[in-house]
Each structure stands twice: as structure tokens, then as C-alpha cells.
Design a protein around this ligand. Sequence first.
Ligand code: BEZ
Ligand code: FE
Length: 290
Amino acid sequence: MFASAMFDEEHSADVVAASFAGAPDERLRQIMASLVRHAHAFVKDVGLTGEEWAAAVRFLTETGQMCDATRQEFILLSDVLGISMLVETLNNRSVGGSTETTVQGPFHLVASPPRALGDTIDLVGSGEPCLVTGSVTDTAGAPVPGARVDVWQADADGFYDVQRPDTVPAQNLRGLFTADAEGRFWFRTVVPRHYPIPSDGPVGRLLGATGRHPYRAAHIHVEVSAPGVRTLTTHVFVAGSPYLDSDAVFGVKESLVRAFCTVDDPDRAARHGLPNPFRHVDFPIVVRPA
Ligand code: BEZ
Ligand code: FE
């Protein structure tokens, strides 16, 4: 017998938590006991009815049924509940001035196309031309030469390439750059736009039913890796973008919001192969040791 008492309203959490007491894996035992305690407290707190629990089970079933190789509705649910960001934040605290992190999101491709420093990732030529510059240093202030800087973003209409495969070339607005000997990187792109997360499924219905919008503030995804350093997954957000203060997945951190300034400098524009004027953002990145 695993229970020290029979199941009743008062002791429900104790009884069910005790049923996991024999789990050989200590961490699993701890997680299941805590999950049960919080879940039972929640059911009691709101006085959950049978109909409401059945609706929740239907919702979770539909969430699972919406998942396939390219659509992960459960991660989206975790995102809009702020759980993805909480897990990310708890496990990647800024140490020694390291750059803050944020969610990776569903639009990362396993392999962004390798590009040379200074290349453009805009294969279409629409949107406001923009120069992105940055540097990768470690928490001691030393450059990280040869760091891999993987970037991806939505276009000026708020779409990723994979959302418009019939009209946009594959790998548009994606690039894998290698920082130079001083840890610097630079490339050309367009200023991204804010966009809605996929909202044609159960998560979108949840947002609608609760009066929440599905939008993310405009951003460029950046993932930095190098031998001996902890891989950093983050975004640079466009200052002044709508939804910075109400991002649908709670991904915005103040330190990641940067001005995309207008630069009027014909020589500099010509050096970078950009029309004049152009926009410019600088995003210095500090990585932690592995
Ligand atoms: C993204 O930024 O690409 C994203 C993140 C979470 C959910 C949906 C999209
Ligand atoms: Fe994104």
C-alpha cells in the first residue's frame, strides 16, 4: 500500500503525492509530488467543476492533435502561459554582465545558411534596409574570435520565410555568420515588423476567449555559440515597436531593446552596399563560460 491515508478532500494531495514516494529517480519523485500538490491546490482554489475539467481535457486533446512536424501547439501553450520564458530565465540568469536570454521560438531552422560578414540576409529586397553590427565578448571582456552568430527574423510584413513558401525564397532573412578575429560581426537586412504568433488553433482560441492579442514585438533572433562558452539564445528588439510592453510570449527584456537609428551617411552606405539613408542597430553580446 502506498497511501498512509484514504483519499478524501482534505488529504487528497498528500495521498496522491505519497503514491509517487517509491519512484526510484529522486528528481522525478520531487517533481511529481510538487506537481500534484500545486494541481490539487489549484482545483480546490477555483472549485473546478466536472464540466470545466472536461473542457480542459478537450482543450489539451486538441492542443496535442494540432501538433505535427512543423507545428508545436504545446510549446505555444507554454509560451503564452509564460512558462517557456520562466524556464529560460531561471536557467540562464545573467552572470558577470552576460547578455540576457529569451525564447528560441518555433521558426529556427536547424541549419541557417552560412554567409560572409557583410552579406545581406534579405533575398527579396523589400523593407527598410538595415545594417546590424555587433561584437561577441566573454564576461572577462575578451573577444570571442570565430563565434558563430546565427540570426533569423520576420520580414517587413511580419512573416518568416517558412510561412510563405510559395512567394518567398527559402532561407530568406536567415544567416549563419562567423565573427572575425576581434569577435565582431555585421550583416545587412531589413527592419523586422511585429507579427502574430500562430493563432488558428486552440492557443489562439484561448487568447481570443481571454481578450489577449497574439502579437510579438518586432525582433531579430540571435543565437551565439563558440567552444568553451555557453550557447546564448536571445533577440534584439526594435525600440518603439508596438507590443514591447505586452509581448504575447513575455519574451521582452529591457536590456534587449535597441534603437534602430536612421543613418544619413552616403560614404558609409556605399561601403556597406546599402542605399542612403539606412537604419542601423548595434548589438554587443556578452557570453558566459560553458
Ligand atoms: C518567435 O519569436 O519566433 C516566436 C516565439 C514564440 C512563439 C511564437 C513565435
Ligand atoms: Fe520571432
